[in-house]
Design a binder for this molecule. Structure first.
Ligand code: C2E
Ligand code: MG
Ligand code: MG
Length: 747
């Protein structure tokens, strides 16, 4: 042996030793096989990774390849034997204890001195944990994506359960829901492996059942801890009540986690696998996050549902609100038009409901409204809609109302149902209601029209003494064929002398004296109820009849005032309302002049009320006209101020004497801050323009106090007196004269 050879043999021995050392101590599994695939070496790391010792496996085929992967493994071996130099692969492998691992392996050929391939060497690393982390992450992302695109929990849940089952290798999964009322747990959605023989287990899971308070079963544990929980083997755990069914279905490992929103548990997700599963911290983490994602989704859904509900339903009574009612009415109207299917709207207003609120308080009032809602529902068919519009106003939509008699029957049923006493604070309370009915086709064909008509009809029911129902009479409907008849009635009203005037006193606030009256027209057909002006003035206006009617009012008012004066009553200024049509009429000036002449009334005792709209229409002409009226000595007053343009500075150029603040601002004084502010501002501005200020619709002492302390000049309203017929007003004036002073209620 030469020195060189010895040296190289020595070097080889050393390098062999180093190699051995490396292989023995390597953390990577390293093993070799011969051309037939039989193992020729198996390092300690391979023993640890797969669980078999070298003694058990040497000379045998690789034991770690699962049956279904043998084919693929053989193919890799063939490729290496055929000359490929490096193959990398990842895959699932078996352990000696039956468990699964994931490996990342590099395979290469072993060659002899001549270069012929005599076997294979493999180096494998355990990537089970990494794989599992990846899979769970993918699962989490999958669920996130599903939720992001989902419309409802019911729709997305089966997909989520399937995704999770597949990622976790589970055969069955479900969302369980806790029914608080019944104190039972049931299943919402279930997914199970296709073809899995788990029928009995499914049934047992589906059927709602009570959870025992004491036992530490899977679901009870999740409910009480609010945390993910597992049972390694349900067939061995006596606290698990579906154990028998699980065994039959071949299910062993169980895992469950809560669907949470904050601290609230909204449901439970449960999963079952065929193998017994050891607890896995990573899974716990990731299901916590999934549970709260689903929880947020559900809570958001519930919040949206609530918002939707609030937008369509009345909170107090749970009835559809105005928005939903209008929607339904619109649909019904469209259908009525298409299918010529008649419908009816009943407008229901409780009589004297304010009394309940005032005497028993709002809580009692609320209870009454709920009770009313229930009774109304009870009177109607499922297809009919009852809605609360607000306050004590309800409205009913009856679809397919073929005959008026049927509708009347429903209305009567409602009156009877409401008449049953309500028990409140130990007392029996009697309610009544007034109902107005409008129908389509007939009264009106659109939503606004039909609602307005029902409302008008309801007011007529009130006028008829309440606790009754009234159909909207076409007599007072401007837009129907009967309009012609109404017009002719109105025309005849003049000939038949059917108009009457009522007079409402105006009080000077500082001196507490009656300084004037407003003449307000009413229509009294013989044997019929008195019709208020709002129900015929608009038609009179439209048809032009307002001109002769207005002239009648003016003449009558002037004659009356003159008559009072002739009777020795104190002088009063009488106010007459002018309508727009009268104002633009060419003969206004002559007419007024003639009436004053004929009645021998001093123009200083006459006041004309106009509205902003009239003067704004043609300001140049209006200025001219008002100046001439003014020149005659007549007082001019601006009615309903605040409801129109409300520009006092603009009105400066018109020769007005006073401004009447519209009663809608007075109504909520002094409580409503806005109205109080507006009223103060109007008073201040009007005074700066040297206009007197009159408040309309004063109903309470508080309103009067507010007005007095803010310098309002005059007031008019129910607080002092309603509009009165002539004889009653005369009595009042005589009383006042007898008393020497004005006995206004409010000193
Ligand atoms: P207006 O000129 O603003 O008349 C005041 C209305 O408020 C009257 O209603 C009166 O009864 C009512 N009222 C008075 N005090 C109170 C109160 O304290 N509370 C409430 N809630 N209401 C109060 P009325 O008599 O039904 O008249 C309604 C409208 O009809 C009048 O409003 C006026 O615009 C018109 N009108 C009345 N008579 C005539 C008339 O002869 N010719 C013309 N063109 N229009 C008239
Ligand atoms: Mg007026
Ligand atoms: Mg007014």
């Amino acid at each position: 042996m030469t020195e060189n050879l010895r040296n190289s043999e020595e070097a080889l021995r050393i390098s062999n030793q180093q190699l051995q050392m490396l292989v023995q101590s390597s953390p990577l599994a390293i093993y070799t096989r011969d051309r037939n695939g039989l193992l020729t070496s198996w390092n300690p790391a391979a023993e640890r990774l797969y669980g078999w010792t070298a003694a058990e496996v040497l000379g045998k085929p690789l034991p770690s390849v699962p049956g279904e992967q043998r084919e693929e493994s053989d193919e890799l071996r063939r490729r290496l034997l055929a000359g490929e130099t490096l193959i990398k692969f990842q895959g699932r492998r078996l352990r000696s204890d039956g468990g699964h691992i994931f490996i990342d392996a590099s395979l290469g050929p072993l060659r002899d001195a001549a270069g012929a391939v005599i076997g294979i060497i493999a180096v494998a690393a355990d990537i089970t944990e990494q794989k599992r982390a990846e899979r769970q992450q993918a699962m989490e992302h999958g669920v996130t994506r599903l939720l992001a695109e989902a419309e409802s929990i019911e729709q997305v849940m089966p997909e989520i359960i399937r995704t999770m089952c597949e990622s976790l290798g589970c055969a069955y999964g479900a969302r369980r829901v806790w029914n608080e009322r019944e104190q039972k747990i049931g299943s919402a959605e279930i997914w199970s492996e296709p073809g899995a023989e788990i029928g009995r287990f499914l049934e047992a899971s589906r059927e709602p059942r009570a959870l025992p308070q004491t036992s530490g079963g899977l679901l009870r544990r999740v409910l009480t801890s609010g945390e993910p929980t597992w049972i390694a083997d349900v067939t061995e755990d006596p606290s698990f009540r579906r154990g028998a069914e699980a065994r039959q279905a071949g299910l062993r490992g169980a895992f469950a986690f809560p669907i949470r929103f904050g601290s609230e548990v909204l449901g439970i997700m449960e999963f079952f696998s065929r193998e017994s599963r050891p607890p896995d911290q990573m899974l716990v983490q990731s299901t916590r996050s999934i549970g709260s994602q689903i929880g947020q989704f559900m809570a958001r859904g519930q919040a949206e549902e609530r918002v939707r509900h609030l937008a369509h339903f009345d909170e107090l009574t749970g009835l559809p609100n105005r928005a939903l009612f209008n929607q339904r009415l619109n649909h019904a109207l469209a259908r009525a038009r298409r299918a010529e299917q008649p419908l009816a709207v009943l407008f229901i207003d409780l009589d004297r409901f304010k009394n309940v609120n005032d005497t028993l308080g709002h809580e009692a009032g609320d209870r009454v409204l709920k009770e009313v809602a229930q009774r109304l529902r009870g009177c109607l068919r499922e297809v009919d809609t009852v809605s609360r519009l607000g306050g004590d106003e309800f409205v009913v939509l009856i679809e397919t109302a073929s005959r008026p008699a049927d509708v009347a029957e429903v209305a009567q049923k409602i009156l009877t149902a409401l008449a049953r006493p309500v028990a409140l604070e130990g007392q029996e309370f009697h309610l009544t209601a007034s109902i107005g009915i409008s129908t389509c086709p007939g009264d009106s064909a659109d939503l606004q029209g039909i609602m307005k008509n029902a409302d008008i009809a309801m007011y007529r029911a009130k006028e008829q003494g309440k606790n009754n129902f009234q159909f909207y009479s076409a007599q007072i409907n401007v837009h129907t064929l009967e309009r012609v008849a109404l017009e002719s009635d109105l025309r005849h009203a003049l000939e038949r002398d059917e108009f009457v005037l009522h007079y409402q006193p105006k009080i000077d606030i500082a001196s507490n004296r009656v300084v004037g009256v407003e003449a307000l027209v009413r229509w009294q057909q013989s044997g019929k109820p008195l019709i208020p002006p709002m129900q015929f003035i608009p038609l009179a206006e439209e048809s032009g009849l307002i001109v002769p009617i207005g002239e009648w009012v003016l003449r009558h008012a002037c004659l009356q005032n003159r008559a009072w004066q002739d009777q020795g009553l104190p002088g009063l200024r009488i106010a007459v309302n002018l309508s727009a049509r009268q104002f633009t009429h060419a003969n206004l000036l002559q007419d007024v002049a003639r009436v004053l002449r004929e009645s021998r009334l001093d123009p200083a005792w006459l006041e004309l009320e106009i509205t902003e709209g009239m003067v704004m229409h043609d300001p140049a002409r209006a200025v001219q006209l008002l100046r001439e009226l003014k020149a005659m000595g007549i007082h001019l007053s601006l009615d309903d101020f605040g409801t129109g343009y409300s520009s006092l500075s603009y009105l400066k150029r018109f020769p007005l004497d006073s401004v009447k603040i519209d009663r809608s601002f007075i109504q909520d004084l002094p409580r409503d801050g806005d109205d109080a502010g507006i009223t103060q501002a109007i008073i201040a501005m009007a005074h700066s323009l040297r206009l007197a200020v009159v408040a309309e619709g004063v109903e309470t002492a508080e309103q009067l106090d507010f007005l007095r302390s803010n310098g309002c000049d005059e007031m008019q309203g129910y607080h002092f007196s309603r509009p009165l017929p002539e004889d009653q007003l005369r009595c009042m004036l005589l009383d006042i004269r007898a008393a020497g002073v004005l006995a206004a209620k409010s000193a």
